[in-house]
Write a protein that binds this ligand. Structure first.
Ligand code: PA5
Length: 442
């Protein structure tokens, strides 16, 4: 089994290899605590063995529902926020064609692929303009809705769903609308469960023991991802293989989740309070958004925890690059690097050479990008920014499944090393209390 790789060599300096390896026993113990279910937040460990536990029949049922949406809808609106949104968005952006939102126009030669619905998101903001424009976009189109909320009471998705449900019912009638709405929520509790039961929607259950930010491999992520035409079996297979590769029985030296967790905690102790996840392809932008939530919400507690930030290179080398190179030395960088691109584009030769680029004629664009990546790493390491590098052989479903699970497992280990409960989020309630009181909610 080929797996994604982790290289910490360029992070050594701020901390030594000995310091990282001195944490091996603690990281191993934290991993065992996850597996034994004896640590903080142990009622939220359902994600740990999710990839190996998913049954083929469950995947087939999700695929069948997805195929129905794909056959009947021009647009599918996925409603959700936070953990009920970011996983699906991350996978779709990473695997789908960059311009799929504008309709298929030849990036995929298969005619069948041209027929797939456009997947859009709602319920992840409370913007009146966003909702107006979404409703205008949906007008006259055949659309379906996947409404996702674990608690079933979150304001943002509830508000968006109320509007979209009315629009769909007004357009096609209540009976037809019913066949184009799926709810993904708690098995028994919450307003969305009550609504789905009353209306008779098809539903999927978010397991009690899987928190939102760890739910990408439940129907929360899998249904929207399958609707977008992405291979969920390969995604789960990648995660299942990474589940094996990061088990506590795997030696620390070979266990990339343990090494990543130990290294970032040592860097944090040495004063590196901010971790910047960097990529060199815009396809990974939302993987970073998903990762920021995973680590930020899991570790930012009790007035401690690494602040998670992200940059898209080379774009952000022309903005945040200055700060990273020369600003306060409280950061370290983790670079997501993709070995092999999907498509081939070479630099054409130009007889005038007015742009001076002929020295690159015949070279692949990715060759240029890789030199930018190497040059950036050298500059940042020279500038006092420890660098970790995670390498994906290719950006496909299988390796993305590995990456998502690798981060999840490392997050659990890292949270335990930090001494917090990585599976709760008491801090997110504060704004809600104020908002509800300002809104006059009883
Ligand atoms: O990770 C989390 O728990 C949160 O980000 C939730 O996913 C988010 O608040 C949405 O909650 P819900 O699915 O209950 O609507």
């Amino acid at each position: 089994m080929k797996t994604i790789g982790l290289n910490i060599e360029k992070a050594l300096g701020a901390v030594t290899k000995e310091q990282v390896y001195a944490q091996a026993a603690k990281a191993k113990a934290a991993n065992q605590t996850l597996e034994n279910g004896t640590g903080k937040g142990n009622d939220f460990l359902g994600w740990l063995h999710l990839p190996s536990a998913i049954q083929a029949a469950e995947l087939a049922d999700i695929q069948k529902t997805a195929d129905k949406f794909r056959a009947n809808c021009e647009v599918v609106v996925v409603v959700g926020i936070g953990g009920s949104y970011l996983g699906a968005k991350a996978v779709m952006e990473a695997i789908g064609g960059t311009f799929d939102h504008y309709g298929r126009c030849g990036t995929d030669p298969q005619p069948a692929a041209k027929k797939q619905p456009v997947v859009v998101f709602a319920g992840h903001n409370i913007s009146e303009d966003y909702l107006y424009e979404l409703q205008a976009f949906l007008k006259g189109k055949s659309f379906g809705i996947v409404n996702i909320s674990k608690s079933g009471t979150t304001t943002e998705p509830a508000l968006a769903f109320r509007l979209l449900k009315k629009q769909l019912e007004d357009a096609v009638g209540k009976g037809q609308a019913l066949t184009r709405i799926v709810a993904i929520t708690d098995k028994a509790r919450g307003a969305l469960r009550t609504l789905a039961t009353k209306e008779g929607y098809k539903t999927y259950v978010i397991p009690d023991d899987v928190g939102g930010r760890f739910s990408v491999l439940t129907p929360v992520g899998l249904l929207p991802i399958a609707i977008a035409g992405i291979d969920i079996k390969q995604l789960v297979q990648g995660a299942a293989d990474m589940e094996k590769a990061t088990a506590s029985t795997v030696a620390f030296d070979d266990n990339i989740s343990e090494i990543y967790a130990a290294t970032r905690n040592e860097l944090y102790k040495s004063g590196k309070k901010i971790e910047i996840l960097a990529n060199f392809t815009p396809k990974l932008h939302y993987v970073s958004e998903w990762w920021k939530q995973l680590y930020g919400e899991s570790e930012g507690k009790e007035h401690k925890g690494i602040f998670t930030a992200s940059v898209d290179f080379t774009t952000d080398l022309h903005s945040m690059g200055q700060w990273i190179q020369d600003g306060e030395r409280s950061i370290f960088e983790t670079v997501l690097s993709v070995d092999q691109v999907k498509h081939s584009v070479t630099v054409p030769s130009d007889s005038d050479n007015l742009d001076g680029l002929n020295y690159l004629s015949g070279k692949h664009v990715d060759f240029v990008n890789k030199q930018a990546e190497l040059g950036t790493q050298m500059a940042h390491v020279d500038g006092g920014v420890p660098n970790l590098k995670i390498t994906l052989p290719k950006l496909n479903e299988y390796y993305l499944g590995q990456l998502l699970y690798f981060f999840e497992r490392a997050c659990g280990i890292s949270g335990y090393l930090l001494g917090v409960n990585p599976f709760d989020q008491p801090g997110v309630e504060a704004y809600k209390k104020n908002m509800f009181s300002l809104l006059g909610k009883k």
